[in-house]
Design a protein around this ligand. Structure first.
Ligand SMILES: [Zn+2]
Length: 604
């Protein structure tokens, strides 16, 4: 995908109302020129999150999250940089322009757009057919009466019906200007085995569920056959340029907002389950497409949610897949929970009755930790009557316990395992050390962060005096890039003792007016550092202050050079010492002028 033009990103930043965007996630209160509120990125009771609308920045003094509106949307809605820019551009009516891109990439993007158009047109056609055609009567009856779904939710999700003819989309698609190749690539038609050169519609006489990406673009279909002889019962789009089953979650486009608001997602198995849950007001529901949940899907959900409730049949999801999911989740902050569905019932069934609906809500609310659920399932299945059976159960449970990370839940489960298997805690611990290795599939690197707990919030080191001065200088440069121009020229990498500040400096020197421009996903550390600098309380960026700050940095630089300067020529050493002495004097007299208001250098 080609990059946006700098002007586009600039216009998006200017047009987007950061207070409005942030307010969807936390209540903000005006305090002078800034707004404050509870941080939407970490748990807190007292507000340490602040937004400066004039500058278009947010920053949290608690967890140090910070950035501009684009960054906020990226973080809070789990979008990539380009997606966040596009989402904001759409919302605030900014026209997007792109740098001329290499022809191949442009062609690929154009083609994905074409395939998306073909899929969207097909979806619209199927949806109209469901509601307008007599031939879709049976399908309507099935959805409305048998499944108890309302017209409103069916229309909202664009559910449709594909006619039984062999060539509806094949013909209509071409009339709409799509080539046979494009229709094939979109997975809407397929080649005929019987008559070479012939093609026919992939979906016929089936209820169609358009599958969309998180931005609402149709990428494929799930299609349910009518009648008992329909084979297969569900036919899906083939994997292709726009559709990847493992990266897609049915309903994510509509569930995204509710998931982000409640920090929780509910994952079910079927299309109609998603519809039924949304209809029942559980709008954070999405479905996996007939497979176990994948790392990509968890990552997608991790962009919005802190908790993922799997309302799946635990056996069908498969233990290996659950373990894998646990590992993926274990390395992030996502918590996986299981709502144990009663055997033979799916959420859509349960929602048919009032009692079932409240039971489902309870199951979701009472969902238990996935790993704990898994360990209990192992214990339930184990032959506890013999030592060998208990040993096998311990072998099986150990890697799951390891994958849980160092949590209280794990500690409780270790105790439970010990009790039920009649095993000493030391034995459980020893087996966990062994099982953690034995139980790991070959393909996983041995050092995978399986056994590590979710990273504890690292204790923050107090910045050194040198770092504080460096930050102050950069804060002034950010505040008044023009006045600071000459100083940005004079400053060098060696004026910054902190690698983070050095990187920020390089960036600010490169683009003094807009250091965040063009920074993307990979630059979060830099974005945070610069946002933090923007939040630093500092003196006004007068020439005098800039000069003073410059002297402090130069003074510190010389100090460092002298400390590590064993390789210096004696004459050079003397010159540096002299210069440093001169600076010390100049700094003291400046401090006297300021009346000691500015932190000066201490003798080093
Ligand atoms: Zn925070």
């Amino acid at each position: 995908m080609s990059r946006f033009t700098p002007e586009t990103i600039e216009r998006v930043r200017e047009a987007a109302d950061i207070v409005e965007v942030v307010s969807a996630h936390t209540d903000l209160r005006r305090q002078g020129e800034r707004f404050t509120g509870l941080c939407p990125f970490h748990e807190e009771r007292t507000p340490s999150f602040s937004v400066k609308p004039a500058e278009g920045f947010y920053y949290c003094f608690g967890c140090e999250a910070g950035g501009d509106t684009i960054r906020f949307v990226q973080e809070k809605e789990g979008l990539s940089f380009p997606d966040a820019v596009e989402a904001l551009a759409e919302r605030y009516g900014v026209e997007v322009e792109r740098e001329t891109e290499d022809p191949k990439a442009e062609e690929a993007r154009r083609r994905r757009g074409r395939l998306g158009d073909a899929l969207q047109r097909a979806a619209t056609f199927y949806a109209n057919y469901l509601w307008d055609s007599d031939k879709a009567l049976k399908a309507r009856r099935y959805l409305l009466e048998e499944r108890g779904l309302g017209e409103e939710v069916l229309r909202a999700f664009g559910v449709g019906f594909a006619p039984s003819a062999w060539d509806t989309i094949y013909k209509r698609g071409q009339i709409s200007g799509f080539s046979v190749d494009e229709l094939l690539a979109a997975g809407l038609i397929q080649r005929s085995q019987k008559s070479p050169g012939g093609h026919y519609d992939r979906f016929r006489a089936r209820i169609t569920f358009p599958v969309r990406d998180h931005r609402g673009r149709v990428v494929g279909f799930g299609a349910r056959g009518m009648g008992t002889d329909a084979k297969p019962k569900y036919l899906n789009s083939p994997e292709n340029e726009v559709y990847r089953k493992s990266r897609t979650l049915y309903g994510i486009d509509r569930a995204r907002g509710p998931i982000a608001r409640g920090s929780r997602a509910v994952v079910v198995e079927g299309y109609t389950d998603v519809l039924a849950l949304h209809q029942a007001g559980i709008e954070e529901a999405v479905a996996v497409m007939g497979t176990a949940i994948t790392p990509e899907q968890l990552k997608l959900l991790g962009g919005y949610a802190e908790e993922v409730v799997l309302a799946l049949d635990a056996d069908r999801a498969g233990r290996e897949a659950m373990l894998r999911a646990q590992r993926v989740a274990g390395s992030g902050r996502l918590r996986l929970l299981v709502a144990a569905m009663p055997a033979g019932e799916d959420p859509a069934d349960m929602l048919r009755s009032e009692a079932g609906a409240s039971r489902l809500r309870e199951l979701i609310a009472d969902a238990i930790d996935l790993a704990a659920f898994h360990v209990r399932a192992i214990l339930d299945d184990a032959d506890l009557s013999t030592p060998a059976g208990r040993d096998r159960a311990l072998d099986e449970a150990a890697p799951v316990l390891v994958a849980m990370g160092e949590t209280i839940t794990r500690q409780e489960m270790v105790r439970e395992v010990g009790d039920r298997l009649d095993a000493a805690p030391e034995l459980v611990a020893a087996r966990m050390r062994a099982g953690g290795r034995r139980g790991r599939p070959e393909s996983e690197p041995a050092a995978a962060p399986v056994a590590t707990a979710p990273a504890p919030s690292r204790p923050r080191r107090e910045p050194t005096q040198e770092e504080r001065r460096e930050a102050m200088m950069l804060a002034l440069c950010l505040d008044a890039p023009e006045a600071a121009g000459p100083y940005l020229e004079r400053l060098g990498d060696d004026h910054f003792s902190s690698p983070v500040l050095r990187a920020a400096f390089e960036r600010i020197r490169e683009r003094p007016g807009d250091p965040l421009e063009g920074l993307g996903e990979a630059d979060s550390a830099l974005i945070n550092a610069i946002s933090r600098l923007r939040a630093v309380e500092h003196e006004p960026p007068t020439r005098e202050n800039l000069e003073f700050r410059w002297m402090l940095l130069e003074h510190d630089r010389l100090g460092r050079a002298l400390r590590h300067g064993s390789a210096l020529e004696p004459a050079e050493l003397v010159a540096m010492q002299k210069e440093r002495g001169r600076l010390s004097d100049a700094i003291s007299s400046a401090e006297q002028r300021f009346g000691g208001a500015v932190p000066g250098p201490t003798a080093t």
